[in-house]
Design a protein around this ligand. Structure first.
Ligand code: SF4
Length: 338
């Protein structure tokens, strides 16, 4: 892993205006992402996890400026992405690609695989026109689809194969960073494993860096180096995968982990933590700790004072929770204390 981050996100906010009244003025905002910072280093996989509505996909879209961020900084290889003009950003997208959840919706059903891949090669002018068909055949072989299928349409492929075509499209422009936005969520479990293995192989082969977005901690376990847990637009825990899985600190992370079915028969039976209620609205998020309305350990202080991310297990591992800040991390005892 190199010293300087490939991608650096600082104090990123993504607020979407809510219009109202006769004049259609902005009356409030949906605070989808609210002041988050993190880095991604070359060659690593950083995953962002959390329930639907936590702001993880919005973060991915804001980084790529598919929706321009409300505030903050995003730098890639030290260059400020938010100051680029539209055409400069379009060129920059050669280095930053995205794979979407629904491969069928993201592939034009009226185009053959060849046409779909040729389009992205042409936009970024990666290879001369007369070499493109050969390049497309190579790409298809790389992602495990026979090159003889080059003139087929998306509907002629299975879900897993369509996602492989989506991966081939992202790879076609030789990117450095790929944002995988719920890239395997729509696939059957066995196909998920195949696509995750493919992504890992491609990472090794092309020295790719991934920002992997998923609601499923079980999925990110197999691919991540580091994990970011988000709740209602905020980062609540960030650190290396091993520490996070072996010794999760934030009550929300603990609840997410407890929901992963165990496949190990000798593993101690995990106690399932059921969170009460729904995720509150990001229009009017709870004061203090945003998780306090659902946290089984919430104290009075949690209702008014927002916990900041602070380091545990060394500088790189951070958690935003008053209990952890106070050094109270034995959750079994906690149940009797609070
Ligand atoms: Fe729970 Fe309070 Fe920690 Fe928030 S700060 S997670 S409410 S204990």
């Amino acid at each position: 892993m190199s010293e300087k981050p490939l991608l650096e996100v600082k104090n990123l906010k993504q607020y979407f205006p809510i219009k109202g009244g006769v004049f259609g003025r902005t009356v409030n905002h949906v605070k989808a992402v609210d002041d988050i910072s993190f880095s991604v280093f070359e060659g690593e996989t950083v995953s962002i996890v959390g329930e639907s509505g936590c702001g993880k996909s919005t973060t991915g879209r804001a980084i790529l400026r598919l929706d321009n961020p409300y505030a903050g900084e995003v730098s890639f290889e030290g260059n400020d992405l938010l100051s680029l003009s539209k055409s400069e950003m379009r060129k920059k997208r050669k280095d930053l690609q995205i794979i979407f959840q629904d491969p069928y919706a993201s592939l034009n059903p009226r185009q053959t695989v060849s046409q779909i891949l040729e389009e992205s090669l042409a936009i970024q002018n990666v290879v001369p026109r007369n070499e493109r068909r050969q390049k497309i055949k190579e790409l298809l072989e790389t992602v495990g689809i026979g090159s003889h299928q080059i003139d087929r349409y998306p509907h002629e492929f299975s879900g897993g194969q369509r996602q492989r075509i989506g991966i081939a499209r992202a790879l076609s422009v030789n990117p450095k960073l790929i944002i995988c936005d719920e890239a395997v969520s729509a696939l059957d479990v066995s196909i998920q494993a195949q696509v995750l293995n493919l992504l890992k192989d491609l990472q090794r082969k092309f020295n790719l860096t991934y920002l992997f977005i998923s609601h499923d901690l079980g999925v990110v376990r197999h691919i991540s180096d580091r994990i970011i847990v988000m709740y209602l637009g905020k980062i609540v825990e960030i650190g290396d995968k091993k520490s996070l899985f072996e010794n999760p600190q934030h009550p929300y992370t603990r609840a997410l982990l407890s929901a992963i079915p165990s496949t190990n028969v000798v593993e101690e039976k995990r106690e399932r933590i059921i969170l009460k209620g729904d995720v509150p609205s990001p229009i009017d998020p709870p004061t203090g700790c945003r998780f306090h309305t659902r946290c089984p350990y919430a104290m009075d202080r949690c209702k008014t004072e927002e916990p900041k991310l602070h380091s545990v297990h060394g500088d790189e591992y951070k958690v935003a929770c008053h209990l952890v800040e106070d050094g109270v991390v034995n959750y079994k005892e906690l149940q009797t204390i609070y």
